[in-house]
Ligand binder design. Structure first.
Ligand code: ATP
Ligand code: MG
Length: 323
């Protein structure tokens, strides 16, 4: 059995946080099997990168890696695209055409954005997953294909099942090994590691000297919520490499959306009522709420309040707040 340290994704997929390493470990174990794998995670968390890493670590590494973007499959063409067709099967079918699934024979089929798959095609895909056979349009008999399936989605796929947009049986057939990639904002120390390593990598690619980040710039990067996850971070690093080669980046040099404090907590959003407030009481109340919401986790509570943990502890002492 392969171990985590042998997993080549360790080189390409950066990250050392326990949340991320747990996913890599599970991926390394499943890579050596033929088990169907479902990768879930927000946009830009590395689902495609992980799917490729699984393929490269599998016994199918020398075989093809075929991606089907399910979001881009027009419903009327999907069947022929996936399963192929025989000459004369429909108007315009001028010759035999193998499908994408057959193209993945001996390798891995990556069903990207699988949550977007039209319902009609879901049933046909299920039949393939259960029997390992595909039936090209216009061909009387099905044929066997040897394919390992890895699927990915940024939707909550079980939520799609509950909403009636995704077949429950197909969900369970895909979800044999579930891998959940954490959002960047929940990967703690990985942020700084990714900033440094991606910046170094990108500087090399552009043949430029890598810039450094001031403490203030790094703090701003850590405060930001990264809705586009690693993809967004990579783009920011690339921009910094190009604009500030060999220099030290200050917080003010960062893109506006990162420089600004978290818009959810923008002070400007709070409107002082005409009757005024009791600022100290309000502060105590907000501290209590933050601690309650984070179940007493002081680091997380401090982040919610835009404070450092030290400042939060100081104010908790000042107001004799215990969590
Ligand atoms: N752990 C990581 N280490 C280094 N680079 C990463 C990591 N995760 C993602 N990336 C990079 O971030 C970008 C986005 O990754 P990827 O395309 O795999 O995300 P995704 O989850 O498939 O996104 P989407 O849901 O939008 O399709 C790529 O450039 C990829 O190389
Ligand atoms: Mg993707």
């Amino acid at each position: 059995m392969s171990t985590f340290t042998e997993f080549p994704a360790h080189d390409t997929m950066l990250g050392e946080s326990p949340e991320f390493q747990a996913v890599l470990r599970a991926a390394a174990i499943t890579a050596v099997t033929d088990a169907t794998t479902l990768i879930q995670g927000e946009s830009g968390t590395g689902k495609e990168l992980l799917a490729r890493a699984i393929h490269e670590q599998s016994r199918r590494a020398e075989g093809p890696f075929v991606t089907i973007n399910c979001a881009a499959l027009p419903e009327n063409l999907a069947e022929s695209e996936l399963f192929g067709h025989r000459k004369g099967a429909f108007t315009g079918a001028t010759g035999d055409q193998p499908g994408r699934i057959q193209a993945a024979h001996g390798g891995t089929l990556f069903l990207d954005e699988v949550g977007e798959l039209p319902l009609g095609i879901q049933a046909k895909l299920l039949r393939f997953l259960e029997g390992g056979e595909v039936q090209p349009v216009g061909q009387p008999r099905p044929e066997r294909v040897d394919v390992r399936v890895v699927a990915a989605t940024n939707r909550d796929l079980f939520g799609e099942v509950r909403a009636g947009r995704f077949r429950e049986d197909l969900f369970y057939r895909l979800n044999v090994v579930p891998l959940q990639l954490p959002p960047l904002r929940e990967r703690g120390p990985d942020l700084e590691l990714l900033v440094t390593r991606l910046t170094a990598r990108l500087a090399m690619e552009h043949r430029l000297d890598a810039p450094r980040y001031s403490v203030g710039a790094m703090e701003a990067l850590q405060r930001y919520r990264w809705p586009g996850n690693v993809r967004e971070l990579r783009n920011v690093c690339e921009r910094m490499v190009i604009l500030f080669p060999g220099q030290t980046i200050q917080a003010g040099n960062l893109p506006a959306e990162i420089r600004q404090r978290d818009p959810d907590h923008e002070a400007g959003e709070f409107v002082l009522p005409d009757t005024g407030v009791h600022l100290e009481a309000l502060e105590q109340d907000l501290i209590r709420q933050a601690l309650q919401r984070t179940r007493g986790n002081q680091s997380k509570a401090a982040r919610l309040l835009g404070l450092t943990r030290g400042t939060l502890i100081y104010r908790m002492k000042k107001y004799a707040i215990t969590d």
